[in-house]
Design a protein around this ligand. Structure first.
Ligand code: ACO
Length: 318
């Protein structure tokens, strides 16, 4: 028994915030943002939208693409760093919005690696025969945890959601999954605030040592891609499509260069979306599937790194 992605979907909020808009909010420039990050614009959710709202649209699109209905879903995993509330989980809230009864539903928190972690977890359920069709979602509203006065972080992130349906299959599908974490880096990239006594304690906004993140990301992403291909007796050159976490074009380019993968085999969406954390990989995947770049039979590698640090990869045959 194997698991296979049978449908993808995504959703981006209507409002677009351009680099020019940011020039009017903080001391920055379109040129600085584009040359350092590759980002030209990002989508921003409405004040009344929560992560499960974005997830709902992405999930409906994925179910439609897979040709299944809500009754066919028997597992929901949501990767998010920006849940609707402390509890219940965003997955349970999404389950209710989708009108699905009595299937397991839970959140995964691995920041920007969240979707890779969630997909690897869903693969265990589906390939073991415990579930037939898992809904796996990455959904984020980072605009709620950004300090809009901090130019070093507010230019980087955006909001959005992506989803896949992972179904039982006689042929692979997912070939292997690779997850890693190192909590010793937890101070390098964090939103350290918490709620206690009815008040926010500590800084609730994203803080980041940008250059440490950059160097670590390029190092571990190369390692995890090599781990994935070598475990399958393949080489990086065999990959048809690399679908990386969309943090920064320079991280994506540096990783691809180290692996010897040409940029025309790399799916890039960071220019239009910014960094949408757990949503970035399924959003990029959905775009490349829908515009016809990714074909059946091709070898696709998803990889991501994020706060924790966490990092991982999923190698699959489309
Ligand atoms: N506009 C203009 N100037 C800025 C801005 C801005 N938005 N932000 C910082 N600067 C200034 C700094 O103040 C600094 O000025 P100074 O030299 O006078 O002190 C100068 O630009 C250079 O700052 P650096 O932080 O050294 O810039 P760097 O070249 O490292 O680029 C960046 C910063 C883009 C954040 C880079 O470190 C990076 O890409 N890091 C990876 C982080 C990342 O992608 N994080 C996303 C979350 S983690 C993840 O998803 C994996």
């Amino acid at each position: 028994m194997y698991s296979k992605i049978t449908g993808t979907g995504s959703y981006l909020p209507e409002k677009i915030l351009t680099n020019q808009d940011l020039e009017n909010m903080v001391e920055t420039s379109d040129d600085w943002i584009r040359t350092r990050t590759g980002i030209t614009q990002r989508h921003i959710a409405r004040d009344d939208q929560v992560a499960s709202d974005l997830a709902l649209y992405a999930s409906q699109n994925a179910m439609k693409a897979a040709g299944i209905s809500n009754k066919d879903i028997d597992l929901i995993i949501v990767a998010t760093t920006t849940p609707d509330m402390i509890f219940p989980s965003t997955a349970c809230i999404l389950q209710n919005k989708l009108g699905i009864e009595n299937c397991p539903a839970f959140d995964v928190q691995a920041v920007c690696s969240g979707f890779v972690y969630a997909l690897a977890t869903a693969d265990m359920f589906v390939s073991s025969g415990k579930c037939r069709n898992a809904l796996v979602v990455g959904t984020e509203i980072y605009s709620k945890i950004i300090d809009w006065n901090d130019r070093s972080t507010c230019v980087l992130f955006g909001d959005g959601a992506g989803a896949v349906i992972l179904s039982q299959s006689n042929a692979p599908g997912i070939l292997s999954t690779h997850l890693h974490a190192s909590g010793s880096y937890s101070n390098v990239l964090s939103a350290p605030g918490s709620i206690s006594g009815g008040k926010v304690q500590g800084d609730p906004y994203i803080s980041m040592e940008g250059s440490t993140v950059f160097k670590f990301a390029v190092k571990v992403l190369e390692e995890v891609v090599q781990e994935a291909v070598s475990q399958n007796n393949l080489q990086a050159a065999d990959i048809d499509w690399l679908v990386p976490h969309q943090a920064n074009i320079r991280i994506i380019q540096s990783t691809a260069k180290k692996l010897g993968i040409p940029m025309d085999k790399v799916v890039v969406a960071v220019d239009k979306h910014g960094n949408t954390s757990a949503a970035s990989i399924p959003l990029a995947l959905d775009i490349a599937v829908r515009d016809g770049r990714i074909h059946p039979g091709q070898l696709v590698l998803l990889e991501g790194v994020g706060g924790g640090f966490t990092w991982g990869a999923v190698l699959l045959r489309w």
